[in-house]
Design a protein around this ligand. Structure first.
Ligand code: PAF
Length: 279
């Protein structure tokens, strides 16, 4: 596995790479969810590039940018073992040279779900992802369904800007007890780790009610909220939206995304489930 710190070196290596080339963008602190993306990329592509970049542009001033978990050596070893060909790990200065003032924004969608409580977050994501796509020029890029809003926004950006890349969304990797894998789970102590399971429980309750025939979003949300009403949990949102537009749906006739975000202690966790699909 070759490691690159500059845009110029990474671009040259990607140009010379075997094709199809798959890209897995990450912020490091890798877990099984990331590894499943790498494996999906390896299954579909002849070479895989991974980026590790804790992107300052997607963190708000009061968010966890400085304490976000970082362990480059561990990540490097994991990726090496997974057969990754190219690892891009630039500095913030390399990605955003002094005076950089250009952003990519997907209007509308970027203000929904996490975008409501994290203003500017999705602008930071779409800006860095579009830069990574320009640098690597992959045939396919792989993202996790756990960040369902991020996936919808990236799909829209790629469509609107005619970017020549396939966006592949891989299913949520879960711990055996159902907790969605996340680098931020590392912040939870043992008690919070148990309390965090309520997010998944709430989604399962909603899903079960849906499977029993309930189609009114307000009734489904009420059931989910009841499960989430625990003193240790501070809800950000529980919404049922169209998976492509992220707009609220009232009566579910097709696929619908049930998305939740909540704080357990000071750790903000997200999870989701898609209704109306068999898996
Ligand atoms: O999902 C993430 O880890 C990040 O938002 C991404 C896509 C790597 C962009 O920084």
């Amino acid at each position: 596995m070759k490691i690159f710190r500059t845009v110029e070196q990474m671009r040259a290596a990607c140009r010379a790479s075997a094709r199809p080339l798959g890209l897995v963008p990450t912020m490091g602190a890798l877990h099984e969810g990331h590894i499943s993306l790498v494996r999906a990329a390896r299954a579909q592509c002849d070479a895989v590039a991974v980026s590790i970049f804790v992107n300052p542009a997607q963190f708000g001033p009061k968010e966890d940018f400085s304490k976000y978990p970082r362990d480059f050596e561990r990540d490097r070893e994991l990726l090496q073992r997974e057969g990754v060909a190219l690892l891009f790990a630039p500095s913030a200065e390399e990605m955003y040279p002094a005076g950089a003032t250009t952003y990519v924004t997907v209007e509308g969608l970027s203000g929904r779900l996490c975008g409501k409580s994290r203003p500017g977050h999705f602008r930071g994501v779409t800006t860095v992802v579009s830069k990574l796509l320009k640098i690597v020029q992959p045939d396919a890029a792989f993202f996790g369904q756990k960040d369902a809003a991020q996936c919808a926004i990236i799909r829209r950006m790629v469509r609107d800007l005619n970017l020549p890349v396939e966006i592949v969304v891989c299913s949520i990797a879960r711990e055996p007890d159902g907790l969605a894998m996340s680098s931020r789970n590392a912040y939870l102590d043992a008690q919070q780790r148990k309390q965090a399971l309520v997010l998944h429980r709430a989604l399962l309750n909603v899903q079960e009610l849906f499977q029993r025939g309930e189609r009114h979003a307000s009734t489904l949300i009420a059931a989910g909220l009841q499960t989430l009403a625990e003193p240790a949990v501070r809800l950000d949102y529980l919404e049922i939206v169209d998976p492509d537009t992220l707009e609220a749906v009232e009566n579910i006739s097709e696929k619908a995304l049930v998305a939740v975000a909540a704080f357990v202690g000071s750790t903000r966790l997200i999870d989701n489930v898609v209704l109306g699909v068999s898996d």
